[in-house]
Design a protein around this ligand. Structure first.
Ligand code: NAP
Length: 404
């Protein structure tokens, strides 16, 4: 059978037996971890479907390799491939320093309108962690990906633009801001909030999760994060009414939970201690961009670090989805074959689940668990694990494949 693109109709993903999936190897440790992830995924697919299915990877350029080959950091053909082929796997990209170039990762998410950044954090038994009960944390973070202070609407201190905004604020709004201040806008819209919260609640329903927690700082930033939490409750009531119960109603009105998903909200600052002290009370988390960025690394630390944390950036309306590890390009380990490929492999697992190849996804997850239980791990974990065997990135990949 010929290779063909994945198609998405009204949110439903249709995967041919030989889907074309673009892959960005990325910068720094990216090519190492993504190559290992690809080998593991290919072996699992082959094993699960007896050769009846296979991924046809299509390498596309971004970051340093694109700049070397084409003089551009993010070629138009790459963005078009990510959009047209719907589903892709991506390695980390270094943010070019200087020259006013913005983060390529943020640019990809914005250009493709990949509004939901989804980061599951669940401990793999045996992985060393700084907490006493790592098994108690099993959360999936839905981080808004297109707005907030990350929208890139900002002006340098002393620039003509900053001075213009300052004059406008003084003249028309009666707000005084020091001349030496850099300025940035925090943007949170109803539309972006609603589509993210909708995706998080649908995910919770589909996956039998118990609660959705809105994490915000609405007491201080009333019209942005305060609005985020208000719109979240309104949407939940309007679109999912009978399936949801607000935590405050459980207490105030003594309503029964009975199979419903409990909708909670927490202040972002308090949430950082909540996930440490009462991790079992949290399940799906939905939050604006900046909170989500911080919270996902904090949760990743609880399960052993960002080397183990996968991620996905998805637009559920267009179906375009880019799967990538949470970590960056870790330049100091580039080319040393010592990075941990687990986050990249698990991003591949999320991708397999998204395209409906669940059997292959289960095989990879179990093989990873078996490999770690055998104390075969990369150096970052081996240095914290007594009696472990320290493997290179590629050796770890082979060990996982042997365990499939
Ligand atoms: P980073 O690349 O994630 O690395 C920070 C530290 O995390 C590393 O020094 C290492 O810690 C550990 N680490 C990360 N990935 C690991 C892995 N797979 N295996 C083992 N250890 C791992 O963050 P950064 O140094 O702040 O960022 C470097 C570049 O990546 C920047 O240009 C940044 O913009 C970019 N970035 C890209 C993405 C993305 O593409 N989505 C995301 C984040 C950052 P130790 O030093 O403790 O060993």
């Amino acid at each position: 059978m010929d290779a063909a693109p994945i198609e998405v109709f009204e949110g439903e993903v249709k995967t041919p037996d030989r889907p074309i999936i673009p892959v960005i190897l990325g910068d720094g440790i990216g090519p190492e971890v993504i190559s290992v992830a690809r080998r593991v995924i290919d072996s699992a697919v082959n094993k699960a479907y007896g050769g009846g299915r296979a991924i046809c990877w299509k390498e596309v350029l971004a970051g340093e390799s694109a700049f070397k080959a084409k003089g551009e950091w993010l070629p138009r053909e790459t963005l078009e491939a990510l959009r047209d082929y719907k589903v892709s796997l991506k390695g980390p990209l270094t943010t070019p320093v200087g020259g006013g170039i913005r983060s390529l990762n943020v640019t990809i998410r914005k250009k493709l309108d990949l509004y939901a950044c989804i980061r599951p954090c669940k401990w793999i038994p045996g992985v060393p962690t700084p907490v006493k009960r790592p098994e108690a944390l099993d959360v999936v973070i839905f981080r808004e990906n297109t707005e907030d202070v990350y929208a890139g609407v900002e002006w340098a201190a002393g620039s003509e633009e900053a001075l213009k905004v300052r004059r406008f604020l003084k003249e028309f709004m009666g707000v005084s801001i020091g001349e030496d201040a850099g300025l940035g806008l925090k943007v949170i819209s109803r539309r972006a909030t609603e589509r993210l919260v909708r995706a998080a609640i649908k995910y919770a329903i589909k996956n039998g999760r118990r609660s959705v927690t809105v994490v915000h700082k609405g007491n201080i930033m009333k019209y942005t994060e305060g609005a985020f939490v208000k719109w979240a409750y309104e949407l939940a009531e309007r679109e999912f009414g009978p399936l949801i119960v607000a935590e405050r109603d459980l207490i105030d009105k003594n309503l029964p939970a009975e199979g419903k998903i409990i909708l909670k909200d927490r202040m972002a600052d308090s949430m950082f201690q909540q996930i440490l002290l009462k991790p079992e009370e949290y399940d799906v988390i939905v939050t604006p961009n900046l909170n989500g960025d911080y919270l996902s690394d904090a949760c990743a630390a609880q399960i052993g670090g960002i080397g183990l944390a996968p991620g996905a950036n998805i637009n559920f309306e267009t179906g375009v989805a880019v799967f990538e590890p949470t970590h960056g390009s870790a330049p100091k380990y580039a080319g040393l074959d010592r990075a941990n490929p687990t986050a990249a492999i698990l991003s591949g697992v999320m991708m397999l689940e998204y395209i409906g190849w669940a059997n292959a996804a289960v095989l990879v997850r179990k093989a990873l668990e078996r490999t770690i239980a055998q104390k075969k791990v990369t150096v970052d974990l081996a240095r914290l694990m007594d009696g472990s065997e320290a493997l290179t990135c590629s050796e770890f990949g082979k060990a996982v494949i042997n365990n499939l």
